[in-house]
Design a protein around this ligand. Structure first.
Ligand code: CMC
Length: 435
């Protein structure tokens, strides 16, 4: 099979041969280097052809070896390992290592990795002071975005982004400190004193400790909930070139330090079309209230009044594999925490939507956010913490994307082109002469 594309420019009658670029296998898709299109010109002073692709509907912004999604078949893999196998057999910190290093760790490597992360969980005492300044009902995502950005001022060496050793240090710090900031944001919102990290506990066990510790000397997280949160973190750890990963790479491409890059990615995640959807799913279920009101709600979605939150995906045109795992997990968690009326409602909503021509023809299926919120709520989290629970594990994915971008010789500062549609050159008119 010849690996090129022949294009004929009908304006000039000239043909061009463009090279093709393949991923791991041809069936993973091929691409043409868009810069090659510039050779196609209608005249000598023509700028050259560009491709027009708002929202990156069909543009590869990078080569990546981290995560693979096959949206038609509902497949998600990190570094070649299926999400189902990782969710069943692995732990979050092991998965974070895999994403960042490219290989599963040996026992010694995992131990060292856990040690590095565990010993960076504390945050500077001054951080607490400005967290205290937030209004009591400040959204924890707002606190997280601002505080992670502020970490940059504590670690000025983090600007040396070309030094691999410096980069790894910030990676350890970020993966370790984001849960501490997230937990402090939660405690601040409910007026509770901050609970310090307990380094004897696992990553998720310690997070639960910082959230829920009361007066007991040592907090003992429920092992079922601890494991459930670990699996949730695995499922959310990376998702290739989505809106927030793109923000991470885009801001990182200007060589900004990793703290402000993660803050930018967290801000991108917050939107209701991205990681903020999990919060909106619960609000939607509360609004629907009962199963008999589902058909009316679906009608309103179809009439274009609003979207069914937790449904649809740019890449998945099949059931999101993460949603499948979460649907099962919801039942297990609710076994420990007690029944949730919203789970029954969500299942009814899913059943009706999946039989409806509107959703079937558009290939809209539940995504990761559809069931995650139900589990978070059952575990005792308030809804505005849901996107924060997404941001914690995704920090590992963002950092893997950032490292890969910095080491990729093809990458430069991100700078899209535009198709200019404004006025042609015209003369300035003095204000008194304007009508
Ligand atoms: N409810 C109703 N209609 C929908 C929905 C939805 N949730 N999602 C897409 N559609 C319709 C949309 O109106 C359009 O219909 P038409 O062709 O008649 O105009 C068609 O499906 C294609 O939609 P689109 O907006 O072109 O698709 P997109 O790829 O730009 O958007 C999406 C993807 C995830 C933003 C969108 O499906 C959506 O808004 N979903 C609800 C929010 C949500 O659950 N987001 C979480 C995504 S998964 C977690 C993450 O990665 O952040």
């Amino acid at each position: 099979m010849p690996d090129s594309l022949t294009i004929k420019d009908n304006r000039t009658g000239q043909t061009y041969e463009l090279p093709m670029l393949y991923g791991t296998y041809p069936h993973y898709g091929a691409a043409i280097p868009a810069a090659e299109l510039r050779r196609i010109r209608a005249s000598d002073d023509d700028f050259g052809l560009m491709s027009y692709d708002p929202a990156f509907m069909n543009t590869a912004s990078c080569k990546s070896a981290i995560t693979h999604i096959d949206g038609d078949r509902g497949i998600l893999r990190y570094r070649g390992y299926t999400i189902e196998e990782l969710a069943e057999k692995s732990g979050f910190l092991e998965v974070a290592y895999l994403l960042l290093h490219g290989e599963l760790p040996t026992p010694a490597q995992l131990q060292e990795w856990q040690h590095q992360i565990t010993h960076h969980t504390m945050i500077h005492e001054a951080t607490k002071k400005f967290m205290d300044g937030f209004h009591h009902n400040a959204h924890p995502m707002g606190i997280l975005v601002s505080t992670v950005a502020a970490l940059s001022t504590f670690y000025p060496e983090s600007r040396h982004i070309t030094d691999a050793e410096v980069r790894w240090k910030q990676i350890h710090r970020l993966i370790a400190k984001v849960p501490t900031i997230a937990a402090f944001a939660y405690r601040h919102s409910i007026g509770m004193p901050y609970a310090y990290p307990d380094n004897d506990l696992s990553y998720t066990g310690n997070f639960l400790n910082m959230l829920f510790k009361m007066t007991e000397l040592k907090h003992k997280p429920d092992p079922v909930l601890e494991r459930a949160l670990d699996v949730l973190f695995i499922l959310h750890a990376d998702h290739e070139q989505n809106c927030s990963a793109n923000a991470m790479r885009s801001v990182g491409s200007s060589h900004a330090d990793p703290y402000v890059c993660v803050a930018a990615a967290t801000a991108a995640l917050w939107g209701p079309l991205h990681g903020g959807a999990n919060e909106q799913v619960l609000r939607m279920l509360w609004e629907i209230r009962s199963k008999d009101r589902v058909p009316e709600y679906i009608q309103r979605v179809k009439a274009g009044e609003f979207r069914l939150m937790g449904f649809g995906h740019r890449v998945y045109k099949n059931y999101d594999p993460r949603a499948k795992i979460l649907k099962e997990m919801a039942t297990q968690v609710l076994h420990v925490t007690g029944k949730s009326p919203v789970l029954d409602l969500a299942m009814e909503l899913e059943r009706i939507a999946l039989e409806d021509e509107y959703f079937v023809s558009r290939r809209l299926y539940p995504n990761v956010d559809f069931y995650s919120g139900i589990i978070y709520q059952a575990m005792g989290f308030p809804v505005d913490m849901f996107p924060v629970l997404f941001a914690i594990p995704r920090t590992a994915g963002w950092l893997a994307q950032w490292q890969e971008m910095l080491e990729d010789e093809d990458q430069r500062i991100a700078r899209p082109r535009q198709v200019y549609t404004g006025a042609d050159e015209r003369r300035y008119v003095a204000i008194e002469k304007r009508k």
